[in-house]
Design a protein around this ligand. Structure first.
Ligand code: DGL
Length: 281
């Protein structure tokens, strides 16, 4: 059975890529909500509704676990989904917070994320659970997701905007910076240039894949053999809510495994109501 991974668009591919690297035996079903991206400027209710529709779609595809490869959806919908979902669910925020706490020397941690993730306060909350004395400085960067989705990964405009967003954080003397949106690792070089060499950049994708691996191992759900390719069951399947062809091109530039196809799904036809007892089995 595959692992379900979802995001508002292409950002979650940075998490899927890490799952592929760390767990080459696993199959993946990826959903990118390209018709409704960005999530970061939407309300908690809307993001929770979208997330439930996607979870229903993934459950229909018989996934054995779900990785919410989106900080915004993790911040706004993880608790409900964890509670309602019949399969184990993991988000990206807790693993990112843990890595930052392990990494910081001066206890001053910066977070860049969408407006929604910043206003949820989730990173600050998790960091304080682990390191009560830490000081957390969060900065919303609403222009970065559209720039990434537009493919402006190495562009003077992205450099300039990133520098402006980081200026206030750098003022606070942070030594660690969490890339709290799964789109941001795609402009890691730009963020690194703006932050400077002395600041450690945290990509929660790596730690999320590690945590997922140990969760699956504990539940005896890890696959111990590599799925046979070329027998009609591609190991990785990609679905989107719009612009399947454009997504596929993007995905192929991020993931080096040759994405054969991505299929468009009418995600609005899936119910956004809480998962019922029957669905939970
Ligand atoms: N990539 C997502 C995140 O990690 C969401 C970006 C967006 O849709 O605004 O927050």
């Amino acid at each position: 059975m595959p692992i379900g991974v979802f995001d508002s668009g292409i950002g979650g591919l940075t998490v899927a890529r890490e799952i592929m690297r760390q767990m080459p035996n696993e199959k993946i079903v990826y959903f990118g909500d390209t018709a409704r991206v960005p999530y970061g400027s939407k309300s908690r209710e809307t993001v929770a509704r979208y997330s439930r529709q996607i979870v229903r779609f993934l459950l229909e595809r018989k996934v054995k676990a779900i990785a919410i490869a989106c900080n915004t959806a993790s911040a706004y919908a993880l608790p409900e989904i964890e509670r309602e979902c019949p399969v184990p669910v993991i988000g990206v925020i807790r693993p990112g917070a843990r890595t930052a706490c392990e990494c910081t020397k001066n206890g001053r941690i910066g977070v860049i994320a969408t407006r929604a993730t910043v206003s949820s306060g989730s990173y600050t909350e998790f960091i304080h659970q682990i390191m009560p004395g830490a000081q957390v400085f969060a900065q919303a960067c609403p222009l970065l997701v559209p720039l990434v989705e537009e493919g402006l990964w190495e562009d003077p405009v992205t450099d300039e905007i990133t520098r402006r967003y980081l200026a206030s954080l750098l003022h606070h003397g942070i030594d660690t910076l969490i890339m709290g949106c799964t789109h941001y690792p795609l402009i890691r070089k730009t963020i690194g240039r703006a932050a400077g060499e002395t600041i450690s950049l945290i990509n929660p994708a790596y730690e999320t894949a590690m945590e997922l691996r140990s969760m699956l191992a504990d539940l005896n759900l890890l696959s111990d053999h590599r799925p046979a390719l070329g027998q009609g069951v591609p190991q990785y399947r990609f679905y989107v809510s719009d612009m399947a062809e454009q997504f596929q091109q993007f995905a192929n530039s991020i993931i080096k495994y040759g994405i054969l196809a991505s299929e468009k799904i009418d995600i609005h036809t899936y119910s956004s109501a809480p998962l019922s007892k029957e669905e939970k089995g």
